[in-house]
Design a protein around this ligand. Structure first.
Ligand SMILES: Cc1ncc(COP(=O)(O)O)c(C=O)c1O
Ligand SMILES: Nc1c(O)cccc1C(=O)C[C@H](N)C(=O)O
Length: 412
């Protein structure tokens, strides 16, 4: 690590008003720089105790009575909490339920039915694979035509890119607020304006934004949204996702899977399906209560820190990282594949180099954990409450070492 990098990191950590929260996370093992919190956040220290208490108390002690006492409502109460603290949604519009992929499918398919008579779905080619695949699946199922946005990946999708593709036949637009590879931050209000003008519904993927950048679903007029809870909400591997349906659509939206947990009067077990009133209808089967526990500890921390303060630290982390990349890695042929304007950048950056894949393997062996993203990207994700500036400096210096070694070995 260069001395200038580590000195600056020390100052930034000392000045960071959220630095004390780093101690709230489990930081065991051999990891010296964890730069993948946007793929899987660390557990909080409180989570083991919460899970133990749940096993002894609510599950072990209350057993099946737990459903009447709190579990049946938990997907909605937890959804409301996320709505208020993280995604800017008033109560009654946000629910925690299935995996991200399943919720994206359910909302996209329901949106197709809501906007009947139209023939097209718009999505961008650089969106996360599951988003693209499930839209292609819905097209195969319904006969919809998929219209692709081919945005310049580093630039990300703009409202103008969307305006060029969307039209009177567009039923639905599916975009990510923060692009999983480049970290590009979408101008959501501008995109909403284009969708509204053409009568298209917007389904926003907030996986890489919820918990790291400001999300204002109600204020922006977004129609539908889905986000992960295992990234910046630290819910643990495979923790359930969160879905949002704007109140104006709740009465008419019809989920594609008619399960008993999303039906009116689930425990009356009547003949014939009637959807539950409100956001509950987005649920299908028994929700994974146990897997909802860890994110509650992270929500405690997010509520105490607040999203604007988290975003401010996130911007400083990515600015610092880009400065180090420019200062230490540009001579090695590394280029920044993320927006340089912090207003258009989320909580992670990607840097490109032909030896990225080989270097990432070596980095993992030495306890420096970024992500490799095809074809030649090293993705550096900073989880604002658990990542220190010191970790960023250690990590980027290690990336430099390994790229230098890989270049010597391979001549790249
Ligand atoms: C933008 C985005 N959408 C969707 C997913 C898929 O989510 P899941 O595997 O939880 O269904 C991910 C991450 O895996 C993602 O980054
Ligand atoms: N969901 C993941 C998984 O089950 C295994 C490994 C990684 C993931 C991820 O979250 C990938 C992540 N969404 C990404 O943006 O790359």
């Amino acid at each position: 690590m260069t001395e200038a990098g580590s000195d600056r990191a020390r100052v930034l950590d000392a000045e960071d008003p959220l630095h004390h929260l780093v101690d709230e996370f489990v930081a065991g093992g051999d990891v010296i720089a964890y730069l993948d919190g946007n793929s899987l956040g660390r557990p909080t220290r409180n989570t083991a105790g919460r899970v133990r208490d749940f096993i002894d108390g609510e599950w072990g002690g209350r057993l099946i009575r737990g459903w009447d006492e709190s579990w049946f409502e938990l997907p909605l109460t937890l959804g409301d909490r996320i709505g208020e603290a993280v995604v800017g949604a008033a109560p009654g519009q946000t629910v925690v339920g299935d995996s991200t992929t399943v919720l994206l499918y359910k909302l996209a398919r329901a949106a197709w039915d809501l906007n009947q008579g139209r023939t097209e779905i718009v999505i961008d080619r650089d969106n996360f694979p599951t988003d693209r695949y499930l839209i292609e699946g819905i097209a195969a199922e319904t006969g919809a035509t998929v219209r692709w946005i081919d945005a310049e990946p580093r630039g990300g999708v703009t409202a103008d890119d969307l305006d060029a593709v969307v039209g009177e036949q567009t039923a639905l637009v599916v975009l990510s607020q923060v692009a999983y590879r480049s970290g590009h931050l979408l101008d959501v209000p501008a995109v909403v304006e284009v969708c509204r003008r053409h009568g298209a519904l917007l389904l926003l993927d907030i996986c890489h934004s919820a918990g790291a950048v400001e999300v204002g679903l109600d204020a922006w007029g977004v129609d539908l949204a889905v986000g992960c809870s295992y990234k910046y909400l630290n819910g643990g591997p495979g923790s359930p996702a969160v879905a949002y349906v704007a109140r104006r659509h709740l009465e008419r939206i019809r989920p594609p899977i008619w399960g008993w947990m999303g039906a009116a009067a689930s425990f009356e077990m009547v003949q014939g399906y009637t959807p539950a009133a409100g956001i509950r209808r987005i649920l299908s089967g028994t929700p994974p209560i146990y897997a909802m526990l860890p994110m509650m500890d992270m929500l405690d921390l997010i509520e105490s820190a607040t999203v604007p303060a988290i975003r401010a630290k996130s911007v400083t982390l990515t600015e610092f990282a880009i400065d180090l990349v420019d200062g230490q890695l540009a001579d090695l042929g590394v280029t920044v594949a993320s927006p340089r304007d912090p207003r258009r950048r989320g909580g992670h950056i990607t840097i490109d180099h032909p030896a990225a894949q080989a270097a990432t393997g070596r980095l993992w062996e030495r306890g420096v954990i970024p992500d490799f993203r095809h074809p030649n990207g090293i993705r550096l994700g900073f989880s604002p409450l658990s990542t220190t500036f010191g970790e960023v400096a250690v990590g980027i210096a290690a990336v430099g070492d390994e790229l230098r070694r890989a270049a010597e070995r391979t001549g790249m």
